[in-house]
Design a protein around this ligand. Sequence first.
Ligand SMILES: Nc1ncnc2c1ncn2[C@@H]1O[C@H](COP(=O)(O)OP(=O)(O)OP(=O)(O)O)[C@@H](O)[C@H]1O
Length: 294
Amino acid sequence: MGTLKINNLSKTYSNGVKALDNVSLELENGMFGLLGPNGAGKSTLMRTLATLQEADSGSATLDDIDILNQPAELRKVLGYLPQEFGVYPRITAEQLLTHIAILKGISNTSERKELVNYLLNKVNLYDKRNKSVKGFSGGMKQRVGIAQALIGNPKLIIVDEPTAGLDPGERNRFYNLLADVGKEVIVILSTHIVDDVRELCTKMAIMNFGEIVYHGSPSDAIGELNSKVYQKMVDRSELEQYANDYKIISNKMVGGKPLIHIYSDEHPENGFERVTPNLEDVFFSKINTNSVLV
Ligand SMILES: Nc1ncnc2c1ncn2[C@@H]1O[C@H](COP(=O)(O)OP(=O)(O)OP(=O)(O)O)[C@@H](O)[C@H]1O
């Protein structure tokens, strides 16, 4: 069982943006969801853990590896699928994986061939192994991305916003693959898509403006909102008034009209109905910005 400990990591970019503000987390094997809006600092945290950039202060360890001071050690046990996985255009899936396996130091030809076949089967692309990766769909490319991240038996796998741009079928196939992988290692799934976390993760954190604003299980977070979320269909012109009178946690267009969710300790009058809270309510109530009105 691996343990990743992140202690008080901070990072301010030269333009003054504080992308990490005293971030502390502890993770064990399984799928961990890191949820946050655009610009929250997720990629900065993922890239720091992947030893691609440095923090200003704080520490991080994976079992006995000091990540910030032993980057070479960490890279040996890391699988990383970056936000933009640049695939080599005109080579086949098999060639690509073989190439990366060589780069990762698997020099024995028959061992490498066996591994590449195993990975192609695992990500369900064995039949497509001789096809050019360039012609793959977004979902197939992401599965190649996971296959390459698995080379070298990683203890920690980081996937940064992997489902953006996938259609529902591809997204489901990708979820199944990740869930399978996540049984044996620590997987951090960084995403702004609430469904990714709801489907896959037993533990999660929500990040906003560089800070961890929630850390725990999705179900506990939802439990905290029980009997406190109410919804109502309103007119667009009334939104500002509702925002003054209630704590709006989300605003979604349904059939062209805003459907608002509010947080309230008591049942408000005037047509609000109580709803079973969901992870989206958790997300919006934790990051709570006025952007719901824009
Ligand atoms: N190299 C950089 N120089 C200056 N500012 C940066 C740099 N990289 C990121 N930032 C800023 O730091 C903040 C956090 O960015 P980061 O990419 O870590 O967030 P994120 O949660 O991954 O967002 P996204 O979902 O958009 O990728 C943002 O305000 C971003 O503009």
